[in-house]
Design a protein around this ligand. Structure first.
Ligand SMILES: [Zn+2]
Length: 416
């Protein structure tokens, strides 16, 4: 499977995954999803698994069917099961991040393929009679080549199993039929688990870092977009982060070395381009935080408006100047979003204050009437004014939720 490539088109981002499929998300999807996800539970689970299998002596003779007969003790079954559970949850809650993670799953395989290329290139150099880059003898190079080749195959097998779980992948059938021992598959599964752990650790760390970066350039202390709250453009705030060599900024800026780019020619939707062909620069990396940083840079340079949802406290892109709530599903059973829930609450709130206002108006009218009947009674007029001030204050307090309905009613209906 190919690596996932990421391409930015103004306020959209396009992921080119599985070769030809393209997924489009609004700009900011990766950063928002990363901040929303709770990856700690998966990290804990992965560490428990590693503890369980780290020191196991894998049998040199055991075959795949023999191992799969005891799934609890089979390391590749457990690792694939772990990946499956984690990826299903992430696919649902963080589809953009999932696209990257899915392609990352193959990174081990890619790494060994690169090693193979490296050793076979050195072997060719020897065959041509020249010195080779590795300084290794031909025998050693063959040994290394075989080792990387084995790891490439078992990584691919492992990767496929992660995807097809609980079914065993078609590629595993040959191994099963030939009765080949699974010891190297067991070791590869442990390596996958270690990779998952370090990826999860990096993403959890990145989540804190991107929260800090978002607060530095995108969203102000009061939870509103930087431009609206402070009149500062995210792009220029980003430029000052870079200029001041901000520690968090620099950490991710350095990771840009891990990103590789690929130009792809797009033939559709040329728009203003006469030929109908446009060149787009796609980015790919096995370093996921590096790609998320790239998105963050794009968010700042596009001066994206980012606010904190007043209902759930998560980041979102407000549609208009007055949008306070996000579109995330808040109530999973009814499918109601923060916006829906907030509207309902606001309605209930308005009914509540209507009832309070009604009581205030009714009592005030009655009191006013009493005053107007008692012409010349200065004391009553003063008492009425004191009452009115108290009543207004109580109404405001009740609306702010500072006093209960019972207390409010008592204050309002106090006679003078
Ligand atoms: Zn929300």
């Amino acid at each position: 499977m190919d690596q996932a490539y990421l391409y930015f088109d103004d306020k959209n981002e396009i992921f080119s995954v599985h070769g030809s499929a393209q997924h489009e998300y609004p700009l900011g999807a990766l950063v928002f999803e990363l901040l929303d996800l709770d990856l700690e539970v998966y990290l804990t689970h992965a560490r428990i698994l590693l503890e369980q299998f780290r020191n196991v002596e894998f049998s040199e003779k055991q075959t795949i069917p023999e191992s799969l007969a005891h799934p609890d003790e089979c390391v590749y079954y457990q690792v694939a099961s772990f990946y499956h559970t984690m990826s299903e949850a992430i696919r649902k809650e963080a589809p953009a991040l999932f696209d990257l993670l899915e392609s990352f799953c193959l990174s081990a395989c890619r790494k060994f393929q690169r090693q193979m290329d490296y050793y076979s290139h050195a072997l060719r150099q020897i065959q041509l009679g020249g010195p080779n880059d590795t300084q290794l003898s031909a025998d050693d190079l063959y040994r290394q080549l075989r080792h990387s080749g084995n790891l490439t195959i078992t990584s691919e097998l492992m990767e496929n199993f992660c995807r097809t779980f609980p079914e065993t992948p078609a590629t595993m059938k040959q191994y099963i039929e030939d009765g080949i021992p699974d010891v190297s598959l067991c070791r590869t599964a442990l390596m996958f688990l270690e990779d998952f752990i370090s990826t999860l650790k990096n993403l959890i760390e990145a989540s804190e870092d991107f929260r800090t970066l978002a607060q530095a350039t995108l969203v102000s202390d009061n939870g509103r977009p930087m431009m609206e709250a402070r009149g500062q453009a995210p792009g220029s705030l980003l430029a000052s982060l870079a200029q001041n060599q901000d520690a968090v900024y620099s950490k991710y800026h350095q990771m840009e070395n891990d990103i590789h780019i690929q130009t792809r020619l797009l033939t559709s939707g040329g728009g203003n381009r006469k030929s109908g062909i446009s060149a787009a620069v796609f980015f790919a990396s096995d370093n996921l935080p590096a790609l998320i940083f790239l998105e963050y840079i794009q968010m700042c340079s596009a001066n994206l408006s980012v606010a904190v949802c007043e209902h759930c406290g998560r980041l979102f892109v407000p549609f208009g100047k007055h949008a306070k709530y996000c579109d995330r599903v808040w109530d999973k059973t009814s499918g109601a979003t923060c916006k829906d829930v907030a509207a309902k609450l606001a309605y209930a709130e308005s009914l509540k204050s209507d009832r309070a206002k009604e009581l205030y108006n009714k009592t005030r009218n009655r009191n006013q009437m009493r005053c107007s009947r008692a012409i010349g009674n200065a004391k009553m007029k003063r008492d009425y004014e004191v009452w009115r001030d108290h009543a207004r204050l109580a109404l405001a307090k009740y609306r702010r939720g500072e006093i209960t309905w019972e207390l409010y009613e008592e204050i309002i209906t106090q006679s003078f």
